[in-house]
Design a protein around this ligand. Structure first.
Ligand SMILES: [Fe+2]
Ligand SMILES: [Fe+2]
Length: 139
């Protein structure tokens, strides 16, 4: 496992977290109607969770001697006031995060940093939980 390769993948994950922070904060501000009551807390919780994930990944990159990404992933954040659209975008974002962390775990499997593997596995599992949650909310 090349450390440069690992750092690149971690920066990919970090970029998606930075995008998630922006997206959920945007949706928390824009969600309209009765759904505000439930979705503002949900979106804000996702903002905090993404900030925690970003923190973990950032610290790990620095520990590996890398430079952390400061720009979010460039995929467009779709503006909408429709809560269903927001949920669809949320599901897509969580699925992408789960995929990226899954790939990162594969890379870490061959390494010997158990602590880092465990930290990333925790994040991966929380992304998978979010995918399931968003899926149920969309039913
Ligand atoms: Fe995350
Ligand atoms: Fe997430």
């Amino acid at each position: 496992m090349k450390v440069e390769h690992l750092i690149t993948k971690m920066n990919d994950a970090l970029g998606w977290e930075l995008r998630a922070i922006n997206m959920y904060a945007h949706y928390a501000a824009n969600v309209k109607g009765i759904h505000r009551l439930q979705l503002v807390p949900l979106f804000k919780q996702e903002v905090s969770e993404s900030m925690m994930h970003a923190d973990t990944v950032r610290n790990a990159i620095v520990k590996l001697g890398g430079i952390c990404a400061t720009e979010r992933n460039s995929e467009e954040i779709i503006h909408t006031t429709n809560y269903k659209e927001m949920m669809k975008e949320s599901l897509h974002t969580e699925m992408t995060a789960a995929k990226v962390y899954g790939e990162l775990l594969k890379l870490l499997e061959t390494g010997n940093d158990k602590e880092l593997f465990d930290a990333i596995e925790q994040i991966y599992l929380s992304e998978v939980r979010s995918v399931e949650e968003m899926r149920l909310l969309l039913e």
